[in-house]
Design a protein around this ligand. Structure first.
Ligand code: MF3
Ligand code: CO
Ligand code: CO
Length: 254
């Protein structure tokens, strides 16, 4: 596949899709509480995307994924499948939402903390959040992909956490996962040079322990090999003429 440079018309559609994805995370926030199942959260997001937004939940049936959102709890790194599992105090959960509207995708995720977190849980949630924004702040025409990866890896490792290597950010547009791959580790001034009109995600997964992961027998859920806690945040980003625009920015972030 090749990297697509979006036209102004396509960028407008990416803005719409990105905003809808962000609004799903805003809608679901009050329901992410102790006692709720991840399946119930999935059902609510599904109904909101389909009935209110008149959009499509991209994960549903994507390569056989059975649900409309991904829910990854505690040592689950990404691609957790919503289930009857009940959230309890002290859990941390990533909710990852991707919608398709008018042919274009918006992809974003955030961490929620249930009740009072352990110091370690709070730390990994904060470090992964800061890492995402350090990556985003690199974005402008001429920046290399390696600059994004370096900024994230350097910060995460300086804080004695690790960056997952086996999963990465991605170009996004008419396709859910387009070129290029956006690694969350790397070296400065290496790799592809960014150009205005590119759209891609940055979505660092940060582990308290080692970076190694394993895939569960459900063929989707990725967990840390050492069962240490993991956290992730994701935004869909547009490269503008001067810097970047976060297409999935939530009101709480403005
Ligand atoms: N939303 C995930 C990402 O950020 C991909 C989920 S694929 C699914 O790229 F099939 F698990 F939904
Ligand atoms: Co993504
Ligand atoms: Co995502």
């Amino acid at each position: 596949m090749t990297i697509t440079i979006k036209t102004p018309q396509e960028i407008e559609k990416m803005r719409v899709a990105g905003k809808l994805a962000a609004q799903v995370l805003e809608m679901i926030a009050p329901y992410v509480k102790a006692g709720v199942s991840t399946e119930a959260l999935d059902q609510r997001c599904h109904d909101y995307i389909v009935n209110i937004q008149k959009a499509i939940p991209a994960p549903l049936n994507y390569r056989g994924f059975p649900k409309s959102i991904c829910t990854s709890v505690n040592h689950q790194v990404c691609h957790g499948i919503p289930s009857q599992k009940i959230l309890k105090k002290g859990d941390i959960i990533n909710i990852d939402v991707t919608v398709i509207k008018d042919g274009f995708h918006g992809d974003t995720s955030k961490m929620f903390i249930i009740g009072k977190p352990s110091i370690q849980a709070k730390r990994v949630v904060e470090i992964s959040h800061k890492a995402l924004f350090l990556g985003i702040e690199q974005v402008k025409p001429g920046t290399k992909l390696g600059d994004i990866g370096y900024a994230i890896q350097h910060y995460v490792e300086a804080n004695h956490c690790s960056v997952v290597r086996d999963y990465c950010g991605h170009g996004i547009g008419r396709q859910f996962h387009e070129d290029p791959q956006v690694l969350h580790y790397g070296q400065r001034n290496t790799g592809l040079s960014l150009k205005a009109g590119m759209t891609f995600t940055i979505e660092p997964m940060v582990n308290i322990g080692g970076h190694q992961v394993k895939l569960l027998k459900d063929d989707w859920t990725v967990v840390t090999k050492d069962h240490s806690l993991s956290a992730q945040w994701e935004h869909t980003i547009l490269v503008t003429d001067t810097a970047y625009e976060i297409l999935t920015l939530r009101n709480e972030e403005k």
